[in-house]
Design a protein around this ligand. Structure first.
Ligand SMILES: [Zn+2]
Length: 134
């Protein structure tokens, strides 16, 4: 059994730990012990507010968030937990851009750290559109 693709770039000992957790079916227990506090961001409106607050705090000079919402996982690309969409449109001679953040609905019941990690990741795409794989 090969290590989960998400951990390929981690040190070997972490890959081993992850595999042991997966094989002994203890991932959930491990995570809920480590991150016991759930978030209370339960609506799209609250998600927008939450993302916007983080943006104001850490990424002031970036474009406005047009939309932030929870979306069913199957509608997100390749089982992603979050996506960032940047749309640039010519609107009556003016270039209008929209930045949208979508977070998997399953994360409504995630620990607060996990939601924060994803929202921060998607916000980072406001500055850096693509992943740097090098
Ligand atoms: Zn990304």
């Amino acid at each position: 059994m090969s290590v989960n693709k998400y951990f390929l770039n981690y040190p070997h000992y972490i890959q081993t730990q992850v595999m042991q957790l997966i094989q002994s079916n203890k991932v959930k227990t491990y995570l809920s012990n480590k991150y016991p506090t759930p978030h209370n961001i339960n609506s799209d409106k609250a998600l927008y507010q939450y993302a916007n607050d983080l943006k104001q705090q850490y990424l002031r000079n970036t474009p406005q968030i047009s939309k932030a919402l929870y979306e069913k996982q199957k509608d997100l690309i390749q089982n992603a937990l979050g996506t960032h969409t940047f749309i640039s449109r010519n609107h009556g001679g003016k270039l209008k851009s929209k930045h949208e953040i979508r977070i998997a609905q399953s994360l409504k019941s995630a620990p607060s750290e996990m939601l924060k990690m994803l929202v921060v990741h998607e916000l980072a795409h406001f500055k850096e559109k693509d992943h740097n794989y090098s």
